[in-house]
Design a protein around this ligand. Structure first.
Ligand code: ADE
Length: 416
C-alpha cells in the first residue's frame, strides 16, 4: 500500500471512530439524508481539520450542501483527515499541517473561490479575508457562523465599527457550546497536549493558568485534579474573585512567573507572558498556549534573548537564555491541544457541531430577517442540543408536573 493510501485509510478509520462518539450530530445527519434542508447551499468552512470537523462537514453534505473546507490554524491540521476528505469522501479540503502563513491564507483564498452563501469560521480569519480581499462575494453571502470566543470578539468589534457586511451567528455563545467545549474540552485536551509533548508529571507541580474564562476554568480544574498546585492569573476582578473562591491561588504574572513549572495562557490577549516575565522563570519551565492565536506568549522576545534554540522532543522547543536558564515552548505557542494532541474529544464536539449544523438549518429554513450584526444561537436550538445529548447518554430528565408548571407561572402563592 502506498503512503497516500495508508494516510487516507487511517483518516477514514479515525473519522469513523469520532462518528461513533457523536450521536447528536449523527442523528441530525440521518434526518437530513431524507429532508436535505441545505440542498444546493454553498458553505465555506474554515475550521480545525480534525476527525470531528470531518463529521460536521459530512453532515452538511448529507443535508444537501456543497462544502469546501480550509484550516483555521496552520498547526492544527490532521493530514490523514485531509487525505480521507479529499480522496474518500469527495470534500474539497485545503489544508496541510505546518504550512507557513502565506500558504495558510492561500488555502482560505482557494476556499472562497466557491462563492459561499454561508461562511463557517473558527477565529474569523475567513470572514476577515472576505471583507478585505473578496468584497465582490459579499452580496452572495446570506450569513455566517463563528465557532470560538476569539472570533466572536473580533466580529463584535467589526460590528461596532460598522464594517461587518453580513449577519453572523455566534455559535460559541450557545450554552451547549461554551459550557462544555470550552470548559471540559479545553480542560482535557490542553492537559493531553502538554502530556503528549513532555510526559511531565503534573502531580506536585506549580501550574500557572493565565485567564479564568470558560477555557481557563477547565484547564485549572483538570490540572488540580491531577495534583497540581494551581495559580490563576486574571485581569478581570470578578473572574479573579471567582478563582479565589474556587480555591485557587490568584496573583499577578510577575509573581507567578517566579514559581511556575508549567504555564498555560488562555486569555485571548497579547503578550500575556512577556519578556520581563520570561526572565523571571525557573530553569526548565514549560510554556504552552491554549488561546486561539499564537500571540499570548511573546516568543519573538524569547527568541531574541535566547543564545540557542533547538527541538528537543516532538513539538517541544528549548530556548537557552544567557545565564543557562532553559525554557521549553510547546507547539510554537500555537493552540497546544491541537498542535500537540488531537483537539477536544468527539463526545464534546458533538454538541458544538450540532449547534453549527442546526444553526445552518435555521438560517436556510427559517429565513430569519437579520441585520449586519452578531446574533446568538436561538435558545430553542440550545435546548434541543441539550435534550438530544442527554437522550443519547440514556439520561432521563424529570418532567414538571402540571401543578408545578402552574406554580411557576403564578405570582399569588407566597409564604404559607
Ligand atoms: N477545537 C478544539 N478541538 C477541536 C476538534 N477536535 N475539532 C475541531 N475543532 C476543535
Amino acid at each position: 500500500m502506498t503512503e497516500e493510501q495508508n494516510l487516507r485509510e487511517k483518516g477514514q478509520r479515525r473519522i469513523e471512530w469520532a462518528k461513533s462518539r457523536m450521536p447528536v450530530l449523527s442523528s441530525i445527519a440521518q434526518r437530513w439524508r431524507s429532508e436535505t434542508p441545505l440542498q444546493g447551499i454553498r458553505i465555506a468552512a474554515c475550521l480545525h481539520v480534525t476527525t470531528e470537523t470531518a463529521n460536521l462537514v459530512l453532515t452538511l453534505k448529507d443535508g444537501g450542501a456543497e462544502v469546501v473546507l480550509t484550516a483555521s490554524n496552520p498547526l492544527s491540521t490532521q493530514d490523514d483527515v485531509v487525505a480521507a476528505l479529499n480522496q474518500v469522501y469527495g470534500v474539497k479540503t485545503y489544508a496541510r499541517r505546518g504550512v507557513d502563513s502565506q500558504t495558510y491564507y492561500g488555502h482560505i483564498r482557494h476556499a472562497l473561490e466557491m462563492q459561499p452563501q454561508i461562511t463557517m469560521d473558527d477565529g474569523a480569519d475567513l470572514v476577515n479575508l472576505l471583507h478585505s480581499e473578496r468584497r465582490d462575494l459579499i452580496p452572495g453571502v446570506l450569513a455566517g457562523t463563528e465557532e470560538t470566543t476569539t472570533g466572536v470578539i473580533r466580529l463584535k468589534a467589526m460590528e461596532k465599527d460598522g464594517v461587518l457586511a453580513y449577519p453572523i451567528i455566534a455559535v460559541n455563545d450557545a450554552l451547549t457550546k461554551h459550557m462544555f467545549d470550552n470548559r471540559y474540552g479545553t480542560g482535557q485536551s490542553t492537559i493531553d497536549g502538554i502530556l503528549r509533548a513532555t510526559n511531565q508529571l503534573i502531580a506536585g507541580s506549580v501550574f500557572v493558568v493565565a485567564g479564568y474564562g470558560w477555557c481557563g476554568r477547565g484547564v485549572a480544574q483538570r490540572a488540580r485534579g491531577m495534583g497540581a498546585n494551581v495559580i490563576v492569573v486574571e485581569t478581570d476582578p470578578l473572574r479573579a474573585l471567582e478563582a479565589v473562591m474556587d480555591g485557587y491561588r490568584v496573583t499577578a504574572m510577575p509573581e507567578a512567573a517566579r514559581e511556575g513549572d508549567i504555564f498555560v495562557t488562555v486569555t485571548g490577549n497579547i503578550n500575556v507572558i512577556d519578556r520581563q516575565h520570561l526572565l523571571l522563570m525557573k530553569d526548565g519551565a514549560i510554556l504552552a498556549n491554549a488561546g486561539h492565536f499564537n500571540v499570548e506568549i511573546n516568543i519573538k522576545a524569547l527568541a531574541e534573548m535566547a543564545s540557542s534554540r533547538q527541538t528537543v522532543r516532538e513539538n517541544v522547543e528549548e530556548f537557552r537564555l544567557g545565564d543557562g536558564q532553559r525554557l521549553y515552548v510547546i507547539g510554537e505557542g500555537r493552540l497546544v491541544n491541537l498542535a500537540a494532541a488531537e483537539g477536544h474529544p468527539a463526545h464534546v464536539m458533538d454538541m458544538s457541531f450540532a449547534n453549527q449544523a442546526l444553526t445552518c438549518e435555521w438560517l436556510i429554513r427559517g429565513k430569519p430577517s437579520l441585520e449586519k450584526k452578531v446574533y446568538p444561537v436561538p435558545a430553542e436550538i440550545d435546548a434541543l442540543v441539550a435534550r438530544l445529548k442527554l437522550e443519547s447518554m440514556g439520561i432521563k430528565l424529570q418532567e414538571l408536573t402540571p401543578e408545578q408548571k402552574d406554580y411557576l407561572a403564578s405570582y399569588s402563592l407566597g409564604t404559607e
